[in-house]
Unconditional design. Structure first.
Length: 353
């Protein structure tokens, strides 16, 4: 082909089909054989075809945009910013803009007139805006399941949050912890609910009492530090703290240092402070520290903190991709897809980086 814009007719001729068949194949609509659909899409990719999104929106009477609803605390959390960027990047690949919705939400009818679909991330059962979003009359994909009542079907991309906390508890136990604690988030999101329930069920299954403390969903390092100091003062036998909220783990490390607990070990002795011997101070029992959400705060801490990498940018892409697939009739409106996480072990649990 020359440098001119590749048209749908070019794709149809190269694939040996009619223009209408090519259009149906690329949009995932119509009665097109799977082999033909695959051939047309392969030809379109080879030719570098890009659909005329403005014309497509006119034909479908669509807005060419999807809405993104994040928790009210999202603006100060690295996790949600990365998730949003991932969603925007994927939506743009289908010619869709992303409209960030105000945390308070809006009437469902008004939203439906502005967007083709909605992404609702970590919906709280107690968030008054969520029911209206789920019943806005457009396709909805939730990032994690909504645990409140819902009138219509919604699709979801979910993580196995019970498995991720179980992996952290198993890990600190394998590293020598005998009395773990979990700083679990408050609230009624699926993530928060799963972490609190898993801390209890893991303890029962292993015959270990897990010291469970509830902190704000978006707890700051200062709030995590205060809770950890109170916990370790009241219960010095705690030898591992798993902190859930994004970015708050450095507060746990500060509390450990202030109480003479050597982060990254379960034993005692050693010096917590670097520098000349006269500035060194003995430490008490060690403390393993881990986090439920990886990010700059955990990777850049001293020592670096073992954490669950939820791959937020990829998660945002997965949510937007599912919504794009629903809008193009490539997926059912109640589809549920899984998103994988990984455990990143570091020095805070005595593990190699």
């Amino acid at each position: 082909m020359t440098s001119r814009t590749v048209t749908l007719l070019d794709v149809a001729r190269a694939a040996g089909v009619s223009k209408s068949t090519a259009s149906d194949a690329l949009q995932g609509s119509g009665r097109v054989a799977e082999a033909t659909r695959d051939r047309v899409r392969a030809v379109a990719e080879e030719l570098g075809y890009r659909p005329n999104s403005a014309a497509r929106r006119l034909r479908r009477a669509s807005t060419g945009a999807v809405g993104l609803h994040l928790p009210a605390t999202a603006t100060r959390l690295d996790y949600y910013m990365n998730l949003a960027f991932g969603a925007v990047e994927r939506a743009q690949e289908d010619g869709l803009d992303v409209v960030l919705l105000a945390p308070s939400g809006a009437a469902g009818g008004r939203i439906a007139s502005r967007v083709d679909g909605l992404l609702v991330i970590d919906p709280e059962a107690g968030d008054s805006a969520v029911p209206g979003l789920l019943d806005a009359g457009v396709p909805v994909v939730t990032g994690e399941r909504y645990l409140g009542p819902s009138a219509g079907p919604s699709a979801a991309v979910v993580c196995d949050n019970a498995a991720s906390l179980t992996a952290l508890l198993d890990h600190v136990t394998e590293r020598g912890a005998r009395r773990p604690a979990v700083l679990a988030p408050s609230g009624s999101s699926a993530w928060a609910t799963a972490l609190r329930a898993t801390a209890r069920s893991w303890g029962l299954a292993h015959g270990v009492e897990v010291a469970l403390r509830t902190v704000p969903f978006a707890a700051t390092p200062a709030e995590a530090e205060e809770t950890t100091r109170a916990l370790l003062t009241a219960d010095p036998a705690v030898d591992a703290v798993i902190c859930a909220p994004d970015g708050s783990a450095p507060g746990v490390l500060r509390a450990a240092a202030a109480l003479g607990r050597d982060a990254g070990t379960t034993g005692g002795g050693g010096a917590a402070a670097a520098g000349p011997p006269e500035n060194a101070r003995p430490t008490g029992p060690g403390l393993l520290v881990a986090a439920c959400v990886d990010g700059p705060a955990t990777r850049g801490a001293e020592p670096p903190v073992t954490a669950v990498d939820l791959r937020p940018a990829a998660y945002g892409r997965a949510c937007a991709e599912l919504l794009c697939d629903i809008l193009a009739d490539r997926a059912a409106p109640d589809t549920v897809r899984r998103h994988a996480w990984s455990l990143e072990t570091r020095a805070s649990t005595g593990s190699p980086g």
